[in-house]
Write a protein that binds this ligand. Structure first.
Ligand SMILES: Nc1ncnc2c1ncn2[C@@H]1O[C@H](COP(=O)(O)OP(=O)(O)OP(=O)(O)O)[C@@H](O)[C@H]1O
Ligand SMILES: C=C(C)CCOP(=O)(O)O
Length: 442
């Protein structure tokens, strides 16, 4: 999907930031620089309306207001507009502060607003709308020449300061994303399916955090070098040097390889996924997270960037080093982010939590799990781990999910089939009884 992140009208030339780089939209300059009269006001009003027709949420800055009071702009442009543009985002009239728009009072603007909606002005509106639309199409076709997927071109102008978004935090497990028993092998079909899911969720205007598990990119090395046991530099019985540094580096190379694969592919699809490695900013003390980078994650979300984190090697204050699982990262971020995520989704290679390892005969999926049902032994979940796994398998995932549910965040553990994630009305809305395992705090 090609996507324009935002259009910045504050510059002399209007600039749209597209995924392939910055695109200067010269065609709009004529609408921009001499904006002082009411005709131009109407044009910009129409522009704003056209943008919103195309699913755009905001325009950054409005040079039209160089000569106008910000209040007027709010009244005219953002009336009934739930994505209102904050005054900080609007260029203040620095050049000619003494000038206010000639005779352009709030009443006048409202009157104009009313007029262009009225039947008598319909034709004029349509005419202007058509002109603007033609220009827009022209601009779009220029941009699409620089991008690859013309057919998918769509606008998504983001309001960078919006706080009323819905945030989904997704842990996509290594069991799903990779072939866990084959060293550094991606599961290509599942990988494509994940990208489809991200693509569709973005189109539904969700903000996203993606955390990827390590799968066969990391567990193998971590196991070989016993990283979870802490830092070691010793001679073992056969006088072989056990050097954790080697293992830490090998494990990191492996997880970074997967991270790069994921983020590069996202980039090809115009998904703004930013690689964020926990090793760089997180720290644990005896496996308990004591340092994280939730603040930077929050700032990325404000810029509509998708932070992509992953299970990683981590420096540990007591043990020197350890493994930080994506299942822990998701929990810490749910605790730290304000506003907190709307929903946490664990995607893995099985359809949910079963009463026993799903490869055992008669295993049954459990559709609802609460802390109390587990402590009261109303249900029991037995666990098994893959040979190479160094983190806790399904049991640890379930514990993390329960901790998140206790923060009043909806949680679901689900297989990665995109149909069940995207087309099931119940997963993204409140009632999600029929997909995966829903974890609740009741
Ligand atoms: N009771 C159970 N219910 C569901 N799955 C279970 C259960 N017991 C064991 N499993 C196994 O747990 C696996 C998923 O856990 P795992 O930790 O491997 O997932 P992941 O988070 O996707 O991977 P990674 O840790 O590499 O990120 C499944 O492949 C399944 O076979
Ligand atoms: C094995 C490493 C490096 C990280 C494990 O993270 P997880 O796969 O999310 O449990």
């Amino acid at each position: 999907m090609n996507k324009i992140d935002f259009i910045d009208l504050r510059k002399e030339k209007i600039v749209a930031r597209a995924i392939e780089g910055t695109v200067t939209i010269d065609e709009y300059v004529e609408l921009d620089v001499t904006v002082t009269d009411t005709t131009q006001t109407i044009k910009f009003y129409l522009l704003k309306r056209l943008l919103s027709t195309h699913g755009c949420e905001s325009i950054i800055g409005m040079p039209i207001i160089r000569n106008m009071k910000i209040d007027y702009i709010h009244n005219v442009f953002n009336k009934n507009d739930h994505n209102s543009i904050t005054s900080e985002q609007i260029t203040t009239p620095t050049r000619h502060p003494q000038l206010e728009c000639d005779g352009l009072t709030k009443d006048k603007l409202e009157e104009l607003d009313h007029q262009i909606r009225s039947d008598s002005k319909k034709e004029r509106e349509n005419d202007l709308a058509k002109q603007l639309m033609d220009k827009f199409k022209e601009i779009l076709s220029n941009i699409s020449l620089e991008c690859h997927q013309k057919e998918n071109l769509q606008f998504s102008l983001v309001n960078m300061n919006r706080k009323d978004y819905k945030l989904l935090i997704i842990k996509c497990g290594g069991a799903y994303l990779t072939k866990k028993d084959q060293h550094q092998q991606l599961n290509q079909d599942n990988f494509n399916s994940l990208l489809d899911i991200l693509d569709s969720l973005l189109k539904k205007n969700y903000k996203l955090i993606l955390i990827i598990g390590a799968g066969s990119f990391g567990h193998h090395e971590a196991k070989q070098y016993k990283i979870t046991g802490g830092f070691n530099y010793n001679f073992d019985e056969v006088n072989d040097v056990v050097d954790s540094r080697k293992g830490m580096i090998a494990t990191r190379f492996s997880v970074l390889k997967l991270l790069n694969l994921v983020c590069l592919e996202c980039q090809k699809r115009s998904i703004s996924a930013m690689p964020c490695s926990p090793f760089d900013g997180w720290m644990t003390d005896n496996n308990v997270v004591i340092k994280h980078n939730a603040d930077s994650i929050q700032s990325m979300l404000d810029l509509s960037i998708i932070p992509v984190l992953h299970g990683d090697v981590c420096l540990d204050r007591s043990k020197g080093c350890t493994i930080l699982s994506g299942d822990t990262i998701i929990q810490v971020l749910c605790e730290q982010l304000k506003p907190q995520p709307t929903r946490a989704i664990f995607i893995t290679d099985v359809s949910g939590v079963y009463d026993r390892p799903p490869n055992e005969p008669n295993a049954i999926i459990i559709s609802n799990i609460s802390s109390s049902s587990l402590t009261n032994n109303d249900i029991s979940v037995s666990n098994s781990k893959s040979e190479h796994d160094v983190t806790g398998g399904m049991r640890a995932k379930l514990q993390s999910a329960l901790n998140i549910a206790n923060m009043n965040i909806d949680v679901v553990i689900i297989g990665g089939d995109s149909k069940s994630i995207l087309e099931s009305p119940n997963l993204l809305n409140n009632d999600h009884s029929s997909v995966g395992t829903v974890i609740t705090n009741k």
